[in-house]
Design a protein around this ligand. Sequence first.
Ligand SMILES: [Cu+2]
Length: 688
Amino acid sequence: MRRRGQRAIAVTTTLSLLLLLIHPALAADPEIDRLIRGPAGKDWVTNGGNLTNQRYSTLKQIDTTNVAQLKGAWMTRLKGSGAGGKYSFEASPLVKDGLMYVVTGNDDVFALNAKTGAIIWEYWSGIDQKISTVCCGWVNRGLAMGEGLLFSGQLDANFVALDMKTGEVKWKTPLEKWENGYTITSAPLYYDGIVYSGISGGEFGVRGRLTALDAKTGAILWRSYTLPGPGERGSETWPPATDHSMRGGATIWNTPALDPDLGLIYFVTGNCGPDYDGSMREGDNLFCASMMALKAKTGEYVWHFQQVHHDIWDYDAASPVVLFDTVINGQPRKGIAEAGRTGWVYILDRTNGTPLIGIDEKPVPQDPRQKTAKTQPIPRGDATVPQCAELLPGYEKAGCIFDTFWETPVLMQPSGIGGTNWSPVPYSPDTGYFYVPGTVRTSAFTRFGDKYMQGLRYTGGSQSAPIGSPMYGTFTAIDGTTNKIAWQHKTPYRVGGGGGSSVTAGGLVFRGEPDGNFLALDAKTGKELWRFQTGFGADAPPVFYEVDGEQYVAIATGGNQLQGSAYGDAVWAFSLKGQLGPMWPPPAPQTVAGPTGPIVAGADAVKAGANNVEYSFAPARIRIKTGTTVTFTNVGDLPHSATSMDRGKWDTGVLVKGQSKAITFAQPGNYYYICLPHPWQYGQVIVE
Ligand SMILES: [Cu+2]
């Protein structure tokens, strides 16, 4: 009996295998699955180009010999959607069969004729403009498509599916509530009937996770948490008998990658919460700041690699993971790479999560108050940005990466915004290089502790750039077989949180600059071959497609508040037959940290978020007489504060929209201040 039973099972298994072989087209959308398993060509149907996130196109009509003739084919303004100081435009447009789909920072979606730029339909998200749990700009990093639907994660934590033909909402699934600190900013990934979405909110005491939804119905198939519950894998890296891991962050800011042959889905996780205070969360704090692999069908854990143990620097892993195949020491290897905020590229074997080139655990500075980890993983190879800060006047200490801090500010590089922030990193199988945008900026790290309250900021400290400190960027080609620099450019502005790039078989890397310039470089040598002024901050990653035999390059230009670039609502497409010339340059981003604008004498009222510039004080610089009372009012959409850079001196506390606080300046002095939730928002009060 037993033997017969086993035989029956064996026969059934063989039969189902045969059925699978005969009917490989059981997939819900075989066409999209086929397109995203291969390299991108005529169409660009998923955020990273295909399942690898390589952002590599096989199109080569535009190449190193003719790119100098490239001109604008069309430019379309998206009716003011997402154009304003609180927004960033970070999406890669998707293109299929001559139609383009693009999502703005307000989660509005537009379908365009990819040949002419004409708008075909519009979806206005109607998201609540009072959402107060967006940490770093209103953004949507892009869409996914499959089964005739477009998928979009919204800032209100709803996940929607739109009809590709009409823009009509087909289903809508809440993944969480924004009021509890959760938002969605990442582009989803569609494959084989499932849509995968990350969740954001690492600055608001949330619990990170990857959610898998049924593409047809929007039903949630599973959630895989990136923070362990009691007794679960990784719970030993949090203090026992506490619930710190339940609000410990580890959110997913960007699109996963997927290897269909291995059946694994890959992604990276963000900072630990609270960001800058590790005092109550002794241990490595898995799975913060980690690369992770799960079974794509079930969400079951397969492996992880933690880039930063017990993170206290906001060293999110935020750039999308990239899958690539390479040869190392004569052996073919399946690789996975990710460019961290630390300035390193982490290169692993994607079958098991072990280092491909070498990553060494090395001792690092210690502070028992912060419960710092004894060692940190240091990749062999080159960092793309400096990892030590210089001492500046007014500060007691400057340190290098992984140095420690407590209540006295310590200067460090890279800052917690990177290195490489959300910006994707393309990989060319032709050159074997990763193209890594980096931000060079000093941060003054301080810990001050925060009490956890649901839906409110929970960062435990801050990291503003010191007044007068320089800020710029790097763009680096990293050899994927050695993790060493092949070539590197210093860029005039920060590009680690923008400066999106993509690469083609025509031997070109295209990348944007926050001053509006869009550039083409020789992918092998880095030589600049073309540059075009788009008129708006060019921070989103470009894409490539073909319509009627003509190759196009497209980029969303709408600025980025992390980069301080000029906002807008434009999508540009370029081709060799294009006729449009460049625009006037927009205002350039700051290259030195601190408040800007004229000093207004006698002003006793300062507004945060005025004039459609959310992250600003107006006037930003005032001169008053000793004893003057200044009223700070928040007229923006987000909560802001005015907090003395030397935090002990004065602080309005966090003001919600419409709230005011008066501060009397009884002592002469030069007071610089920041908004604590947005430490790149500066003001100055000169008291005489
Ligand atoms: Cu603010």
